[in-house]
Design a protein around this ligand. Structure first.
Ligand code: SF4
Length: 167
C-alpha cells in the first residue's frame, strides 16, 4: 500500500481521472506498461524541454522542471495531452501547495509540447480547498477493502488498467 497513506501528486492526478485507479495504484498494481499511450507519455516527458529540464525530487513529490524567471520560482509539469487538463492542474496545484508549506513560493506552468500549449497555474484559496477535499477522499478510497466499481468514462480507452477492468 502507498507509504503511510499520504496522498502523492500521482494519486491526486489519478483521483481526477478515476477513483478506481487510485485504489489500484495504492496497491502498487502497475498498469500495463506496453499501453502505447503510456509509452508516448513517457517519451514526451523524457524528450520535451530537455534544455530546461531539472527534475526535482522533494519528499513525496517529483517536479518535471524547475527554473527561475527573475525573482520568481517556476515549476513545470510536462503532459502528453490537455485531455487530462483538470488532473494536471490539480497535481501541479498540489506541488505548489507542498512547496509553499516548505517555504517556497512558486507559480506553475502546465506544458503540452505536442499541442504547443502552456497554462499558468497559481495556488488559489479555491484550489487549496479542493485539494484538501481530494486528499480526504483519496484516504477513504485507499482504506477500502476492494476497489471502487469500474465506471466507463472517456478515459478508459487510454487507461493502462482497461484489460483489468473490462476484459
Ligand atoms: S479502465 Fe476505466 S474504470 Fe478502469 S481504472 Fe482505468 S479509467 Fe478507471
Amino acid at each position: 500500500m502507498v507509504n503511510s497513506m499520504h496522498p502523492t501528486g500521482t494519486l491526486i492526478w489519478y483521483y481526477y481521472i478515476c477513483p478506481r485507479e487510485v485504489w489500484l495504484m495504492s496497491r502498487q498494481l502497475t498498469p500495463w506498461q506496453e499501453n502505447p499511450f503510456i509509452e508516448i507519455g513517457r517519451l514526451l516527458s523524457e524528450e520535451a524541454y530537455k534544455r530546461e529540464r531539472k527534475e526535482i525530487h522533494l519528499e513525496n513529490i517529483v517536479i518535471d522542471l524547475l527554473k527561475t524567471e527573475g525573482e520568481n520560482v517556476v515549476i513545470g509539469e510536462v503532459k502528453k495531452s490537455s485531455r487530462f487538463e483538470k488532473s494536471a492542474r490539480m497535481q501541479l496545484a498540489f506541488y505548489l501547495w507542498r512547496l509553499k508549506q516548505l517555504g517556497i513560493e512558486a507559480t506553475g506552468q502546465l506544458l503540452f509540447p505536442k499541442e504547443k500549449k502552456k497554462i499558468i497555474v497559481t495556488l488559489t484559496k479555491e484550489l487549496k480547498a479542493e485539494l484538501i477535499e481530494a486528499q480526504a477522499q483519496i484516504k477513504e478510497i485507499i482504506k477500502m477493502e476492494i476497489p471502487p466499481q469500474a465506471q466507463k468514462t472517456k478515459f478508459c480507452s487510454k487507461c493502462g488498467y482497461q484489460e483489468f477492468c473490462w476484459s
